[in-house]
Design a protein. Sequence first.
Length: 269
Amino acid sequence: MRTIVAAVLIFTAGAAPAQTRLFPNADLTSQRDIMDRRGAPEWEIPAGFEGDVFTFARLRPQFHSRWRVDWPESDLFFSYRLNEMTSLTVNPHPRIIDITSPELYDFPFTYLVEPGHMNLLEEEAAILRNYLLNGGFLMLDDFWRENEWMNVYQQMKMIFPDREPVELELDHPIFRTVFEIKEKPQVPTPEDALNGRAKGITWERGANPFATYYGIFDDAGRMMVVICRDTDLGDGWEREGDNKWYFHEFSEKKAYPMGINIVVYALTH
């Protein structure tokens, strides 16, 4: 598996995102104008780094009709912000990877959306177990309510029958790898955020009024899977240009800092 090292980070670890404008010059009015990349800027990979870049890889299980939720905007904008905010050399072209593809092992970090609705094949679970135990990392994002959590739990048990998800508290390094995060980020859709704005509601109907994060670890204590429950970081990436208030309150302060922390933590631990 390719090794990618995040050597120097542009922003100082420990800076509180709630007090920092991460993207003060962001153009929030024209991000939908360029339809080929949905408004996401293009950039060149520096010469000599073509074979040593971080590529955002979205997993596509065979029996998971919602694998494409928030795609492609979330993947494009997150790749752009990751390239902008860290010293990682990031591929401007994220990838979609089938679990059974031999290319899976080329990507040290993988992202899977709406796992509350997926049904892994036994073959896929076995491949993911091997991938994760051999240095890979999986991020699960965007699922709400108890029934979806139970499906996620069962799917993870297919991969690791002998391992339990462990709740991550705020003193875990993943919450301060780049940005110091002082509350577990809960990111709703812009519609839910705007509807609940006056009451401070950030959760979807029927969901918990707080987000929970879990990790699954190998025998050496390395986190292999991070599970983001009752939150949708991908919406904060995908829909950063929908509403200026939403961008500043959720994309800037929560979705991007947490996503960047997760990727940098995965690549450096």
